[in-house]
Design a protein around this ligand. Sequence first.
Ligand SMILES: [Zn+2]
Length: 376
Amino acid sequence: MAQIVKRAFKFRFYPTPEQADELARTFGCVRLVYNKALQERTRAYRSEGRKVSYVESSAALTEWKRTEELDFLAEVSSVPLQQALRHLQTAFANFFAQRAGYPAFKSRKKSRLSAEYTRSAFRYHDGRLTLAKMDAPLNIVWSRPLPEGADPSTVTVSKDAAGRWSVSILCEDTVRPLDPTSDMVGVDAGITALVTLSRPIPGVTDDDGKVTNPRHERADRRRLARAQRIPARKEKGSANRDRARVKVARVHARITDRRRDVLHKLTTAIVRENQVVVIEDLTVRNLVKNHSLARAISDASWRQMRTMLEYKAQWYGRELLVVDRWFPSSKLCSACGALQRFMPLNVRDWVCACGVVHDRDVNAAKNILAAGLAER
Ligand SMILES: [Zn+2]
């Protein structure tokens, strides 16, 4: 059965100087309103043991706009400011439900610059998106189409540390389950290869089932490591240090963007081609601390990939199994079940006593698939 899901579509855009200025002021106001409301809620909670509601915060915002000191709050669209209060409300709800720590102030340097617009504060028509307080639509790079007849409900504008603007558009989309298939696959997470599958998918993996890390990434990682050393050498607060920091953020953003693209294509292919997908829960493996850059990037990718597999499997009527038990996936022969005593990390291929020649990672992926099916 087809189901309607909420789906966010993210695009880059290039604001005009006036739009950039309007958005920068809006970001500033969003941060101020959030912090001021947090301060007031904290005061009421500490000194009176009282919980301030969203409605009270909203009424306070109206009062602030009337004061001489804060009348500039009335100049930007009121919707992102209201949304900031809603986010604060959610942060408090999570805190009181013990799902999260006490809400933190948004710092000028570290917090993400963003503003959220709901329906009353933007117009979307024929692929043109215009925000409140603006005359012209945003110059968006539509890297893929919105769903047919899309009726966006929320638009979030943000600017990252690398100075890039993006807009995330939330729409309803209809997803239909794919035709059932009998194929199944195990996925082994790697560092040298991004992942290895227990059976290849033509055009997505190589003939063995391996997906290599995105092209150019090796060079970008070297650039990143080099750029990261520079800010520490520059004087705190200096323009050079800020420039160096933006440079680090740019390289980092490029690596994560390319990775995300690769992961989207990969997870869609995995889910399209297989009825059952088995992955490992890597939290156990992560007990072995390794602070290398390669490790950090591969861990982040793995978490992202798991999230994508989870929702895509749900959308398309597939089954995702997570093997949560550590087992010697690389020491076990997937053909006969014999356990090898030693399997040093540098061994990429090996021959079992039963005569089967194994690629280390493909064998591990096959064992992960078998373990998932056995646990099911
Ligand atoms: Zn064997």
